[in-house]
Ligand binder design. Structure first.
Ligand code: ADP
Ligand code: MG
Length: 346
């Protein structure tokens, strides 16, 4: 999960997803009738009753890798829960309970006070209850597991995109995606922003808003979604691979904030396509739902932009603002390998 703060080294094993496939994904000989969907989506789905399933997801934040040591503990508490709720949102699940496993070098009272305050403020808004966890001494790392309810068979899944579906992305009204990466690059010193722009992009990095209400509302119009944690190209590719389809994306339709528009065009493209840490929803829906989705955006006070369409032909094609095929290759965050996504694999 989540874009790493530090650049990664190549590994002999291959990328994060190869590693999961090779060592942790097991064949159907270990069939479990309670497990409706296992490794490979934003949440696992467990059968609960004829009407409902549990959606379950776990995500870990490690200091220096997922967050900078300078982040305010209150924001860290918010983000640790938010990135997990975002996976429930991506499956269209209603949050229920969460578990917190915390490792920290020493029991710092001020840290714990602020961290728990930030975490519970979001938990109260999302009506999700802390039900257990584990606490140990060690390097600062936070692992949260969330559980949410979804109507049986109605979860949004990565493998359900259909040719001709439109591709949509959520974002704050009058803003866009890629701002979390932009803030990170300011921290890294590779670009600069006006003070007010830095404040808003920093909020996008440190205080993501899990789109739980949107995920729940999508059940009427969509079967397929993912949350943007590793970057648009990489996350969309998970959908394309799972659904065995392709897509074309129009860069000119990808929403951008004022801060993003202040950057050179090539960097805008990089942040929009490989950004990471947005925690917005990317989903697909049949064109007949176009107007309904626009209405949903207005009802939820959210931006939702149509940025492309699903194709029967495999591969990801990206068209620039002038309608030309983009030839640059963009990376997706991978904890063990910076994989490159071909923009036209055909
Ligand atoms: P997300 O970004 O939505 O949190 P990830 O990219 O972290 O998802 O993980 C992709 C899939 O691989 C998920 O279904 C996740 O549950 C699974 N996964 C990740 N790490 C492991 C692991 N060590 N063992 C088993 N499954 C894993
Ligand atoms: Mg996810």
């Amino acid at each position: 999960m989540g874009a790493p703060i530090l650049d990664e080294e190549l590994s002999m094993i291959g990328g994060e997803f190869d590693l999961i496939d090779r060592f942790f994904k097991r064949s159907s000989t270990h069939h479990n009738r309670e497990l409706a969907l296992g490794i490979g989506d934003d949440c696992a789905l467990l059968n609960h009753s004829a009407q409902t399933q549990w959606a379950v997801s776990t995500d870990m934040l490690v200091e220096g890798r997922h967050f900078l040591s300078t982040v305010a503990p209150e924001r860290l508490g918010h983000k640790a829960l938010a990135v997990n709720l975002s996976d429930l949102a991506a499956c269209g699940a209603q949050p229920s309970v969460f578990f917190l496993a915390l490792s920290m070098p020493n029991p710092d009272e001020a840290f714990l006070q602020a961290f728990s305050q930030g975490m519970f403020a979001l938990a109260d808004v999302m009506q999700v209850t802390l039900a257990g966890g584990d606490t140990t001494a060690g390097p600062l790392s936070i692992c949260i597991t969330v559980m949410g309810r979804v109507q049986t068979g109605m979860a949004l899944r990565r493998d359900s995109a259909q040719p001709d579906d439109e591709v949509w992305v959520s974002h704050p009204v009058n803003s866009g995606i890629g701002d979390a990466r932009l803030a990170l690059e300011v921290f890294r010193g590779t670009c600069s922003l006006a003070q007010a722009d830095f404040a808003t992009t920093r909020d996008r990095l440190e205080l993501p808003s899990p789109r739980v209400q949107l995920g729940l509302a999508l059940k009427d119009v969509s079967r397929c979604a993912i949350d943007l944690s590793d970057g648009l190209c990489g996350d969309l590719n998970h959908i394309l691979k799972a659904s065995q389809v392709g897509a074309e994306i129009f860069l000119g339709q990808i929403p951008r904030s004022g801060a993003m528009l202040s950057q050179p065009l090539d960097r805008q493209h990089q942040f929009l396509l490989e950004g990471g840490d947005d925690y917005e929803l990317l989903f697909t829906a049949a064109p007949q739902h176009h107007l309904r989705i626009r209405e949903l955006a207005a009802q939820l006070g959210l931006g939702i932009s149509c940025i492309g369409r699903i194709t029967a032909q495999p591969g990801l094609k990206i068209w620039n603002e002038q309608g030309q095929a983009l030839m640059t290759r963009y990376a997706s965050f991978d904890h063990f390998q910076t994989s490159r996504w071909g923009l036209d694999e055909s």
